[in-house]
Ligand binder design. Structure first.
Ligand code: NAD
Length: 373
């Protein structure tokens, strides 16, 4: 089985879909692994580090892409990349049909079998392949650090000869994988943390990290451990309940998301106006438009005395470890469909079936089909 890891082509993408720490296990599956020269540069991985573990470094992209049975990427391929792939080959990558419908159509037309990493089912057996979780953990950690560095205050309580400093109050909205990591990181830095989510299971997880759960009478659990979109009444009730917590916070970190939908707008302009001078919002939902009405995805802006950070592709800011975790997710996935140097893709396997986006000339995922209609 020929594997190829190209240099990422998306602008600002520093991650790479392979790491030296997993190369030998990938090769032991019976694969011939080629990595494009410079692919690891954004993650501080020199070509020689891949080579030392048994990967072949290739200078150009066209011919390894054409002959590869499996292509591994982080961000979706370009139209030219897809044209350069072999019919029947397998692509494992984040794709996000809602943002990249044309990519999905092109993959189907090129008869590429696409395993979309964002579609890996959230089941126990697939946890080790769950790239959404590994990358969200990196993003949540970084969000807490961004909040800490933007604030002109300490996070921890300090007792010094120059007096006692009160700890900062951090509010985390959306306590999924990213939110929980943001809570844990802010707690480690000594902040007083409150958190809120619409899923019932979140309360216990938030409390186990030493944060206070902010209660509301809304239960919005949906399939697969995700949340559903709120009704207009629920949204209004949520905002009324959150108002005083937002106003009291030094930093608000938002991570609320609904799969395949724009981010819910939770922090209104009026709520921002009620915040303290010097307060900071870190909006991790910027990728889907943001949880704050005033967020400008990709930028840091100010509204009055409040700083609003809405960074994009936050896992890429932690490219070294984000790449390593992603590469391990890919290895665990490939173990399902490469055995003793043979491709053994079982379309009835729950994980493969869940992640399968295009196959044999068709878009096969139901949600993606609806988006493309
Ligand atoms: P996500 O990125 O889709 O959403 C982030 C969080 O936002 C979620 O916790 C969601 O409940 C919350 N949210 C949505 N709308 C909201 C609103 N209006 N107000 C407040 N919060 C809102 O989700 P995620 O972090 O990828 O995953 C969510 C959960 O799925 C996890 O916490 C976990 O329980 C479960 N999960 C299970 C597995 C597994 O079993 N293998 C793997 C990963 C995640």
């Amino acid at each position: 089985v020929k594997l190829f890891v190209p240099k990422e082509s998306a602008s600002g993408e520093k991650r790479v879909a392979m790491a030296p720490a997993v190369v030998d296990r990938v090769v032991r599956l019976g694969t011939e692994l080629s990595v494009q020269a410079g692919a690891g540069a954004g993650s501080r991985i020199p070509d020689a580090a891949f080579e030392a573990k048994g990967a072949k470094i290739v200078k150009t992209k066209a011919s390894p892409l054409k002959s590869a049975d499996v292509v591994l990427r982080v961000a979706p391929p370009t139209a030219a990349d897809i044209k350069g792939m072999k019919a029947g080959s397998i692509l494992a990558s984040f794709v996000y049909t809602n943002r990249n419908p044309d990519v999905v159509k092109a993959l189907a037309e090129a008869k590429v079998t696409t395993l979309a990493m964002e579609l890996i089912p959230r089941i126990t057996r697939a946890q080790a392949m769950d790239a959404l979780s590994s990358q969200a953990a990196a993003a949540g950690y970084k969000a807490a650090l961004i909040a800490a560095s933007e604030l002109e205050r300490f996070l921890p309580m300090l007792t010094t000869a120059a007096g006692t400093i009160r700890p900062a109050k951090v509010l985390v909205i959306g306590a999924g994988v990213a939110g929980l990591q943001a809570i844990a990181t802010a707690r480690r830095l000594g902040a007083m943390v409150e958190a809120y989510d619409v899923r019932t299971a979140a309360k216990e997880q938030v409390e186990s990290l030493g944060a206070k759960f902010v209660m509301a009478d809304i239960k919005a659990d949906a399939e697969g451990g995700y949340a559903r979109e709120l009704t207009d009444e629920e949204k209004a009730a949520q905002q009324a309940m959150l108002e005083k917590h937002v106003a009291a916070a030094d930093a608000v970190i938002t991570t609320a998301a609904i799969p395949g939908r724009p981010s819910p707008k939770i922090i209104s302009k009026a709520m921002v106006e009620s915040m303290k001078s010097g307060a900071v919002i870190v909006d991790l939902a910027a990728e889907g438009g943001g949880n704050c009405e005033l967020s400008e995805p990709g930028s840091t802006t100010t509204a009055g005395e409040v700083t609003i950070c809405a960074p994009l592709n936050v896992p890429s800011m932690l490219s070294e470890h984000a790449s390593e975790m992603y590469a391990r997710n890919l290895l665990n996935l490939m173990e399902l469909f490469i055995k003793d140097g043979e491709l053994t893709l079982d379309l009835e396997d729950d994980v493969i079936k869940g992640a399968l986006l295009t196959h044999d000339g068709e878009v096969v995922n139901e949600q993606a089909k609806q988006i493309l209609e």
